[in-house]
Design a protein around this ligand. Sequence first.
Ligand SMILES: *Cc1c(COP(=O)(O)O)cnc(C)c1O
Length: 409
Amino acid sequence: MAQASMAQNASLLDVARAHLYQNYRKPDFMLVEGRGNYVYDTDGRRYLDLCGGIAVNTLGHAHPRLVAAISEQAGRLMHVSNYFYNEPNVRLAERLTRVTGYDRALFCNSGTEAIEALLKLARRYFSSRGNAERYRIIAFKNSFHGRTMGSLAVTGQEGYREGFGPLTGATHVPYGDLDAVKAAMGQDVAGILVEPIQGEGGVIPAPEGFLRGLRDLCDAQGALLLADEVQTGVGRTGRWLAFEHSGVRADAVAVAKGLGGGFPIGAMLCGERLADVLPPGSHGTTFGGNALASAAALTVLEVLEEGLLQEVPAKANLLQTGLKSLQTRYPKLVETVRGQGLLQVLMLQQGVDARAVLEAALKVGLLLTLAGGRGIRFTPALTIANGELEEGLQLLDQVLNAVTSCPTS
Ligand SMILES: *Cc1c(COP(=O)(O)O)cnc(C)c1O
């Protein structure tokens, strides 16, 4: 049995290498099952999941409420297109706008599409007022906003952009530098797009006062403040939106990753002032906000509101304290620890092979991802238990200890 399954597994990996487009680097195993915060591969090996599908699996794996909601909705009504209302979508719009304090939600299927909606909203806002030359977006160096042409044009990292030009319409200035934003401002600027914490860029929180400063600059120029909360939103930092920590409100917000708890769905949220900017026919999507995706997202929001959201700060504190003690134990390996809520990073020192650390973590049964080149990023499900975080910290301690005792290049 075990032999047969291993052989099957090996041949399936061969099939993967032969037929999957090789735009990812993936380790040599196949995950087949997940329960809570553990996933299992074809050989029955268990992994503690502290990456949560990159801040997506808000409720962990196979959460009974989410499984029930999706199963039930799949048997009732999955998709009718956006030519018709569907009930879960309307309930989701109501709930998502209530918890975030916005008025309207436009649904899509991913983070990059939510960003596209923000960009189209900003351009159309001005063009519909007879000001079509006002289209430029100020965005930030080291940002990540997605992979489609529009969202890539605002992404501020050369690694993602290379070879895909021309990518136009955006100006990139250093994150946290209000003077640079001021200098880049002009009558052609439609909006400023900002992540409250740069996620892919290395989990870099906006400096104190930065978001407030952007808000003031936008108000002075009549430009729109656009928040990319694709990674930080839906409870990740302990609030519905990470912007809430600053007391600043963006004019429109993109959310996605954690919204569906693993089911693809994204949304653009805005206030009533922008409700007429995209009239019928101007923007849309076939799948966005379908009944199945909406039922999933609705359940995620319900479970968060029933108490899970409140538990984030204590869990975050345990995680960050643990990571800081690893920094103290391994000062030659760890440069710093930072983040907010359950979005944390352990930045390795320059010269430490982050990919090797990640691979060593896999070997001891720990799933993590990188951010910012040499950051070990933690984005566990919000259902993560204290004991599971402690187990993860212990495993990482083991990994760092092994790295210390056999220094590599
Ligand atoms: C992941 C991410 C995106 C893109 O989302 P996709 O669902 O991968 O298209 C955009 N912005 C931020 C901040 C992200 O973390």
